[in-house]
Design a binder for this molecule. Structure first.
Ligand SMILES: Nc1ncnc2c1ncn2[C@@H]1O[C@H](COP(=O)(O)OP(=O)(O)O)[C@@H](O)[C@H]1O
Ligand SMILES: [Mg+2]
Length: 464
């Protein structure tokens, strides 16, 4: 098998061309040989017609002297009219070549009997390749005459032979030209493919921003290059976001680790009182909790990216879920002097993973409480909207600036870095909310007025 596409295409082209050329030769050859034979037959018909007419006139003139009339006809027709024989009944009267008397008589009998092929065979020396014959009857005063004309096929056969030889000679030459031409054409047509291969070889994780250039090429190849370039930009984007993720994650891990190490170093630097040790351990404990939370969140997001999170989907009532979550965050709200209003409403069922949905609502409530100053209000409610269930968490907090709303769901994004770190966030909460909503075929929206408050709404498909 040919491995190269170029050679394969050229071979197909050559095979197709050979069949076409062969068919062309056969049609031409057949058509030409038929046309030549037809012309010969027409010539023979004309010769016998003229000869018969002449014979009639000569017989009239010579008062029925058949031999003389026949001789006269033959000499008038001349040698260019091929072989002519005139018979009376089955007896030869005169012929261009009367030496073949017996042959001519039986040939005439065959032709009259309807077989010009056999007549030609009887007269072999009149043409090596056979001959064709024509006859015409005429009557004169009760006597019957037959005019026989025979034309050898030699010239036709020779002509066709020359044609055959020409075909045989031309065939290899033409096929060679077609083969080379086909190869050069496919090579030219596929050249951009080679250049694409060369260019893709140089692309690695380090230069994913490279794009293939193929300039002017066939539509199929430019489409291929374009879709390859699209693939590259998607890869480039995910590589960039992966790199950013790793950078941000390491950055976030550094702070709690530094605090833990610092605290331990200080505590161990010299003897301390039990109270001091306890204080240091409490700081270490708090930072370790933060670290665990961060690592959990990171792990969740990484699993979600890899598509490895198996949702434990079951039917559940979101209003129950909301009540539970409100109960859990109530102490935090009270501690921050925030009024928490929970309006779970009637039973509304959805299908989903209870643990994940709980985490989603907790993240929203946690944010609402954290980013609302003391004295503010946080309200959570459920609304059933036809095929949708909406979980709404609204607060009267600091709000989010319009330029930040677009980025709020990005990983590690925090609207106010310094303050938010102190408040304990890593900027992963909303990214997780978004992922959980989407993995339940839902979505999360945000409306916010800086200084006045924010409202987060999660839409989930309801069970009808
Ligand atoms: N209810 C809210 N009110 C004001 N800002 C908010 C609210 N929820 C989230 N934000 C802003 O969005 C950022 C991202 O939130 P999140 O992903 O939960 O991260 P984190 O809470 O860990 O900082 C927060 O840092 C905060 O600036
Ligand atoms: Mg948060």
């Amino acid at each position: 098998m040919l491995k190269s596409l170029r050679l394969q295409l050229a071979a197909w082209y050559l095979a197709f061309f050979s069949v076409l050329f062969l068919a062309f030769c056969l049609v031409l050859y057949g058509g030409l040989s038929r046309a030549l034979e037809r012309r010969l037959d027409e010539g023979l018909a004309m010769t016998v017609n003229i000869s018969a007419k002449l014979m009639q006139e000569e017989l009239d003139e010579m008062d029925g002297d058949a031999p003389q009339a026949a001789e006269e006809v033959i000499s008038k027709m001349g040698p260019s009219s091929g072989e002519i024989a005139i018979l009376e009944g089955t007896r030869l009267v005169a012929a261009t070549d009367p030496g073949d008397k017996a042959d001519l008589e039986s040939a005439a009998a065959e032709v009259v009997g309807g077989s010009s092929e056999r007549a030609a065979w009887i007269l072999p020396h009149w043409g090596k390749s056979g001959a064709r014959a024509g006859t015409k009857h005429l009557s004169f005063r009760g006597r019957t005459f037959v005019v026989l004309a025979v034309e050898p096929l030699d010239s036709i056969v020779r002509g066709l032979q020359v044609l055959r030889q020409t075909f045989l000679l031309a065939m290899p030459l033409l096929l060679a030209i077609a083969g080379i031409g086909g190869y050069l054409l496919t090579r030219r047509g596929l050249a951009p493919l080679g250049s694409m291969v060369e260019q893709t070889r140089t692309i690695t994780g380090q230069n994913l921003e490279t794009r293939l250039e193929i300039g002017k090429a066939a539509e199929e190849l430019t489409t291929l290059a374009a879709s390859f370039n699209e693939l590259l930009s998607r890869l480039d984007q995910s590589f960039a976001s992966m790199r950013r993720f790793v950078q941000d994650a390491s950055h976030e891990l550094r702070t709690p680790l530094a605090v833990i190490r610092g605290e331990a170093d200080v505590a161990l630097s010299h003897e301390r009182s039990t109270a001091e040790y306890k204080e240091s351990l409490a700081v270490i404990q708090e930072e370790s909790r933060r670290l665990s939370r961060l690592v959990d969140d990171l792990l969740n997001l990484a699993r979600a990216d890899a598509g490895h999170v198996q949702l434990h989907v079951e039917q559940l009532y979101v209003n129950d879920l909301l009540s539970d979550c409100c109960r859990s965050v109530q102490p935090l709200a009270s501690a921050r002097n925030i009024e928490l209003e929970c309006r779970p409403g009637e039973d509304v069922a959805v299908r989903g993973d209870e643990e994940l949905l709980r985490r989603m609502v907790m993240n929203l409530l946690d944010n609402a409480i954290r980013y609302t100053p003391p004295g503010g209000r946080v309200s959570a409610m459920i609304e059933a909207h036809g095929s949708d269930v909406r979980i709404r968490v609204a607060d009267t907090g600091v709000g989010i600036a319009p330029d930040a709303t677009g980025r709020i769901f990005e990983r590690f994004y925090r609207a106010d870095k310094a303050r938010n770190r102190q408040q304990g966030g890593f900027g992963l909460g909303l990214a997780i909310v978004k992922w959980i909503a989407e993995s339940h075929h839902g979505a999360v929206d945000l409306t916010s007025q800086p200084g006045q408050g924010s409202t987060f709404t999660v839409r989930l498909p309801a069970i009808n």
